[in-house]
Design a protein around this ligand. Structure first.
Ligand code: SF4
Ligand code: SF4
Length: 540
């Protein structure tokens, strides 16, 4: 936070860069250069020497440097414990003595801000490092990323931002990315918050939707969805978990069992048995569980006549497309075949394991992902492109695999494409969408991991008129269905999605995510469609 007269900024920055080099440090200066004010973030190992000594040495020389350029150690923030000891570099002993005398008149007992400005504590006296061992050490490095500036408290939904939907719904600091980071930092410190299962940790993470928006939008890359998954894993490993972890966390497994007799399963879900069932499963009574399709996508695909020849493409069929919305898969096949592809599907059912990840059952998620990635690796080794339809699954393959499995698996997962990426990348002719007016709700994982710009470009080039909705739909997989989350889930949907669709009752609502479509149907009484369905419905 140094500042120098603006006409000396160039000299100062050059000298500062030399100082960084001498101390084997690197960082990117930023700030308000018109006012001569400079910020920079530098990493020191503060747990122990030599990191602490290096910190002190650098800070002292940096103070001398800014003073030599006629500047101030603190351009726009306070001196605090971080700089007060170094004020001797800027002020004469006489000036500091006068400051101390003035302070003593108003605060003779020295109770106001002790250790700061007058009678300062050494700059390295109150450093707090991560200082933990085991699982907490790595976790601690991650959660210290938050610098507390508070971008996560800003409402950027009108420009397509998503972070942080829970805070925008409750306006409570504890439900912001920053509030959660603070609690997790205290968990790592261990003095105020103790243990993965502490009530403070549980309360701060309870309303996190695991939407991943912070991973994309927080300037320092705080990734609360991953931290929440890790915390739940540590907190519940080897214990009896909350009912929703078994019911919703294992939903793909239960859905596959129920899909053997879909009519019977749907009848049970619509019967008086559903109420007690939801109670047992930790599901909010106001939530309806989506019905299973009469025929799965895989059953339809394998029963169809031999597909036309063409360039091979592997369609990665997720559980939700397969069992709940096979019409999305059928539309994708039509679009891909029209583009000249010969569509294949994996030999066995696939899953990305997201419901296990978000409920902190990471070992099981790894098992599922290893299996899926090995199936994909076979296809990719022959150069066959792989395309996924459910954005949250593509997001796991492109993002979480790197966190959960090894580098080879991460490379395989990273190559999975969205439908828009495949179609625009290969330069295929697109259907004419002139006259189509669509309200588009990008899935929050699509926004955070893959980015939605390719979809926007495809739609624009095809002639569609798009209103892009920011924010999260509020359902976010298991979150909105869990008991205790319904009101916040509704408030989030009311923040951007529902007002946007109400404003344009005649528009197509484009929602690639199964969660978003479910939320829209249940709360907005409108049916959203997948990009594949929009494209398949138009002639080339
Ligand atoms: S979580 Fe990210 S955006 Fe929020 S205060 Fe911390 S660094 Fe800033
Ligand atoms: S994952 Fe989403 S809800 Fe959770 S802290 Fe990040 S932005 Fe907020």
């Amino acid at each position: 936070d140094s500042a120098v007269p603006p006409d000396r900024l160039g000299d100062y920055l050059r000298a500062f860069e030399n100082l960084l080099t001498e101390h084997h440090l690197s960082g990117l200066p930023y700030g308000h250069f018109g006012d001569g004010c400079v910020h920079i973030r530098l990493d020191f190992t503060l747990d122990a020497d030599p990191g602490r000594a290096a910190f002190r040495r650098f800070l002292t020389e940096a103070a001398d440097l800014v003073a030599a350029h006629g500047g101030s150690l603190s351009g726009e923030h306070g001196d605090g414990r971080a700089r007060s000891e170094l004020l001797t570099r800027m002020y004469s002993a006489a000036a500091l003595r006068v400051m101390a005398e003035v302070k003593a008149i108003f605060d003779p007992a020295g109770v106001l801000n002790p250790g700061i400005v007058t009678a300062p504590r050494p700059v390295d006296a109150d450093l707090r490092g991560v200082g933990s061992a085991g699982a907490l050490a790595e976790f601690g490095r991650e959660v210290q990323r938050c610098t507390g500036v508070g971008t996560c408290r800003a409402d950027r939904t009108d420009v397509g931002g998503v972070m942080c939907p829970s805070y925008l719904a409750t306006r409570d600091e504890k439900d912001s990315t920053r509030g959660r980071s603070r609690v997790l930092q205290e968990l790592v410190d261990g003095r105020l918050v103790q243990g993965w299962r502490s009530p403070e940790v549980r309360d701060s993470l309870d309303l996190c939707l695991s939407c991943k928006a912070c991973a994309a939008e927080c300037p320092t890359g705080v990734d609360m969805a991953t931290y929440k998954s890790q915390v739940l894993d540590e907190a519940w490993r080897g214990r009896f978990r909350p009912p929703s972890h078994y019911a919703l966390g294992w939903l793909p497994t239960w859905a596959r069992v129920a899909a053997r007799t879909p009519r019977l399963a749907n009848a049970v879900l619509g019967s008086p048995l559903a109420g007690p069932g939801k109670r047992l499963a930790g599901v909010d009574p106001r939530r309806d569980l989506p019905p299973l399709a009469g025929q799965s996508f895989r059953a339809w695909f394998t029963a169809r006549p031999r597909p036309p020849d063409g360039e091979p493409v592997l369609l990665w069929v997720d559980t939700f497309t397969d069992l709940f919305t096979p019409q999305v898969g059928r539309a994708a096949v039509k679009v891909l075949e029209r583009a000249g592809y010969a569509v294949r599907i994996p030999d066995r059912p696939q899953c990305c394991g997201l419901t296990w990840i978000s409920t902190g059952q990471r070992e099981h998620a790894r098992k599922i992902l290893r299996r899926s990635i090995s199936d994909l690796a076979g296809a990719m080794s022959t150069g066959t492109p792989v395309v996924g339809l459910e954005p949250s699954c593509v997001g796991v393959l492109r993002g979480d695999v790197a966190d959960l499995l090894d580098a080879d698996a991460a490379r395989t997962g990273a190559a999975v494409l969205t439908l828009a990426e495949l179609l625009t990348g290969a330069g295929h002719a697109l259907p004419d969408l002139t006259g189509v007016r669509a309200v588009a709700q990008p899935h929050c994982h699509h926004h955070a991991v893959m980015g939605w710009d390719t979809d926007a470009r495809l739609l624009r080039e095809a002639g569609a008129q798009i209103t892009r909705v920011g924010g999260c739909c509020g359902l976010a997989g298991n979150f909105g269905a869990e008991r205790g989350h319904h009101d916040v889930s509704v408030a989030i949907a009311e923040h951007a999605l529902l007002p946007a669709v109400r404003r344009d009752p005649g528009a197509v609502v484009l929602t690639d995510g199964f969660s978003c479509r479910t939320q829209l149907r249940q709360l907005g009484h409108r049916d959203g469609i997948h990009l594949a369905e929009l494209l398949a419905a138009q002639p080339l």
